[in-house]
Design a protein around this ligand. Structure first.
Ligand code: GDD
Ligand code: MG
Length: 373
């Protein structure tokens, strides 16, 4: 079975992180977003060929993901767009790769590259085979459906309407960004920039060719800082529950949460990170490889990418710190601040809700949320 991942997209909403690294390669809970997806596709659904639909930086992508071919024993290919083809165009562009010989399945997976969830792929395959129609969409419930594609369906799962980013309320059941399609869908799509949500799904729904399966468990689109942190909370909570229930199938892939006096709630710390005396870390914190946290630091609801240094007695809350950045002594960072790669924040600064571009040095406090430096 094959899977096509819609890689994208410039990831503008995760700037300044995406100025250094394409969105799917950004680490979410110490593993690239796309590796979370590939792992599920391989382990749950037996996918053996992953096609990355890329609109920019294809070489960076292939270089970074090459090692996953041997790790998972699969093929990974890039399908490169000359111009961004939207969410449907890339499926048509990759037609030859999707239909090429030697594939036993008449269906394939498609997935958005910025969603994290329980990935109930076995159940999806079974459901897709049972209804026998052209497509299956995974759906979930959210509080604010207006940012998503809304799905209205009959009780048996047959979709009546699909409305992308509705202005008026139509329902709260939304497209989770994970699909199974029969290969015949490719012929519905024209070879030009096309939106699957606006141009393909409404037509399929009208024909009765589209079904939805409800997701049990957590889901998050982590393409924006706030949702990234919310997704971290949900993911770490599910990891904690899996350990408690002893529900572990692929042992080495469920990370171990940090234990001890320095930690509260769910915290993930890379083995190569060091944490000083008198720190208090958590809840909902991830600390990447080679991070160095000095004494007396307090961190909560935040993500530290690889190689971040935090000096003594600093406080970090609800923020994301990019690779190799340094936070000086007695600094306070909060309010959904996102710090790019290799930023130096000088001692005693107070940073509230700022976006700090890569390679900057910060010597003064930033009080106004939304400031871009
Ligand atoms: N290859 C390629 N080319 N990929 C693209 C392009 C393109 O031109 N444009 C967008 N993508 C990728 C994005 O990188 C992302 O993985 C996916 O397609 C969806 O695009 P987003 O920009 O993240 O869309 P969204 O989050 O506003 O809405 C989509 O996701 C929601 C769930 O998170 C829609 O599918 C909604 O219906 C859905 O509810
Ligand atoms: Mg998205």
């Amino acid at each position: 079975t094959k899977a096509l991942i819609l890689v994208g997209g410039y990831g503008t909403r995760l700037r300044p992180l995406t100025l250094s690294v394409p969105k799917p390669l950004i680490h979410f809970c110490n593993k690239s977003i796309v590796e979370h997806q590939i792992e599920a596709l391989v382990n749950q659904a037996g996918v053996n060929h992953v096609i990355l639909a890329v609109a920019y930086q294809p070489d960076a992508m292939i270089d970074a993901l090459h090692h996953l071919e041997s790790k998972f024993g699969i093929r990974i290919t890039c399908s490169r767009e000359e111009e961004p083809l939207g969410t449907a165009g890339p499926i048509r562009l990759a037609k030859d790769l999707i239909v090429e010989n030697g594939d036993d399945s008449d269906s394939f997976f498609v997935c958005n590259s910025d969603v994290i969830c329980e990935f109930p792929l076995k159940e999806m395959i079974a459901f897709h085979q049972k209804h026998g129609q052209e497509g299956t969409i995974l759906v979930t419930k959210v509080d604010d459906p207006s940012k998503y594609g809304v799905v209205v369906a009959e009780d048996d799962g047959k979709i009546e309407r699909f409305v992308e980013k509705p202005k008026e309320f139509v329902g709260d059941c939304i497209n989770a960004g994970l699909y199974i399609f029969r290969k015949s869908i490719i012929d519905r799509i024209e070879p030009r920039p096309t939106s699957i949500e606006k141009e393909v799904f409404p037509v399929m729904a009208a024909e009765g060719a589209l079904y939805r399966m409800k997701l049990q468990g957590y889901w998050a689109d982590i393409g924006q800082p706030k949702d990234f942190l919310k997704g971290m909370h949900l993911y770490l909570d599910s990891v904690d529950k899996k350990w408690k229930k002893g529900q572990i199938e692929h042992d080495d892939e469920i990370p171990k949460l940090a234990k001890g006096d320095k930690f509260i709630g769910n915290v993930l710390v890379s083995e190569s990170a060091t944490i000083g005396d008198g720190c208090l870390i958590g809840p909902d914190v991830t600390i990447g490889p080679n991070c160095r946290i000095d004494d007396g630091v307090r961190i909560q609801r935040s993500a530290l990418m690889e190689g971040v240094t935090v000096r003594s007695y600093s406080w970090i809350d609800s923020s994301i710190l990019g690779w190799e950045s340094t936070v000086g002594k007695w600094v306070r960072i909060e309010g959904l601040t996102v710090v790019g790669q290799d930023v130096q924040i000088n001692k005693e600064c107070y940073i509230n809700g700022a976006f700090i571009l890569p390679h900057k040095g910060i010597n003064n406090s930033i009080h106004t949320s939304g400031t871009i430096v």
